[in-house]
Design a protein around this ligand. Structure first.
Ligand code: ADP
Length: 294
């Protein structure tokens, strides 16, 4: 089983020709509400890929929370560890302008109430092969969960997004770090992704840096392996990284070797970028198998 401890948000996405300046009102083109949050996205990607997934986090007692919970449940995610909080479901207010550039305001809401590692969290982690996390919940909680998992021999996989300086205690408990190239550069203070990965892997553990259409690179100790991306026509790369991380976690939890697990993760991410949307673009296990058999 994979325990995902992370955020659940409703993304409120507006498209405009030109984003408003301070004090200005503009007319938007479209408005959509899309379930998101890196935690929920990774849980969905892992469950679609055939993983046995339990999601630990919080939503509000509101329509957004109910929609996210229903989506997770329909996708086969165990939501018994998803708490209904007094705060509203987290929201991300996203404005996408005519050039495709976006500006985002995130209101953590219920996600911000997940501050304590509870007995329910511990029980789920103790029963898991792998704990998958991101940085959209409070850092102290993420650190406490990682330290607990590590003490129980449960492998900890962390997507360090949004990137912030990581406490040593957290880094020491993480078995696999999966940053994208920007996060890797920020964390390591080195622009070159392979150098950044080497520096991040120096404390032990594996580092896989994702490089968008250029694929990924895995560094463990002195050795580095390039992971090719599949050549596809991308229409929307939203949640490519979350799909990659979720599916990689499934492969590792199932005991695949690194090459096979990374290939499945790349295939799933390549499938997801060919379709619009985040959760709606994530492939299921049969699609990943068929794509790899081509
Ligand atoms: P993030 O979404 O976190 O920024 P990346 O953009 O690095 O993550 O993408 C994660 C993975 O998704 C890559 O390692 C690659 O396997 C896949 N991917 C991303 N963009 C493309 C693309 N244009 N074509 C094929 N695969 C892609």
């Amino acid at each position: 089983m994979i325990a995902v401890l992370g955020s659940a948000n409703m993304d409120l996405v507006v498209t405009v020709d030109r984003a408003p300046g301070r004090g200005e009102t503009v007319t938007g083109r479209t408005f959509e509400t899309v379930p998101g949050g890196k935690g929920a996205n990774q849980a969905l990607a892992a469950a679609r890929a055939g993983g046995d997934v339990t999601f630990l986090g919080a939503v509000g007692d509101d329509d957004f929370g109910r929609r996210i919970t229903a989506l997770l449940t329909e996708s086969g995610v165990d939501v018994s560890g998803l708490v209904v909080s007094d705060e509203s479901t987290g929201t991300a207010h996203i404005t996408v302008d005519g050039d495709g550039d976006n500006s985002i305001v995130v209101v953590p809401g219920a996600n911000g109430t997940v501050t304590e590692l509870t007995d329910a969290h511990r029980a789920a982690i103790d029963g898991a092969e792998l704990l998958l996390m991101q940085l959209e919940l409070p850092l102290d909680l993420v650190t406490a969960a990682a330290v607990h998992a590590r003490s129980r021999g449960v492998r900890v996989v962390l997507t360090p997004a949004p990137a912030v300086a990581l406490p040593e205690e957290l880094l020491d408990a993480v078995g696999l770090l999966v940053p994208n190239e920007h996060e890797a550069a920020l964390l390591a203070g080195v622009a070159d992704p392979v150098e950044a990965a080497r520096s991040l892997a120096a404390r032990g553990g594996d580092v896989v840096v994702t490089l968008g259409a250029k694929g990924a690179v895995r560094v463990c100790g002195e050795s580095s392996t390039e992971v090719a991306a599949f050549a596809v026509a991308a229409v929307d790369t939203t949640a490519a990284g979350d799909t990659f991380a979720g599916v990689l976690a499934v492969g590792l939890a199932e005991g695949l070797d690194w090459d096979a697990a990374l290939r499945r993760a790349s295939a799933a991410a390549a499938l997801s970028v060919q379709r619009p949307g985040a959760s709606s673009s994530m492939p299921d296990r049969a699609e990943i198998d068929a794509f790899l058999a081509e």
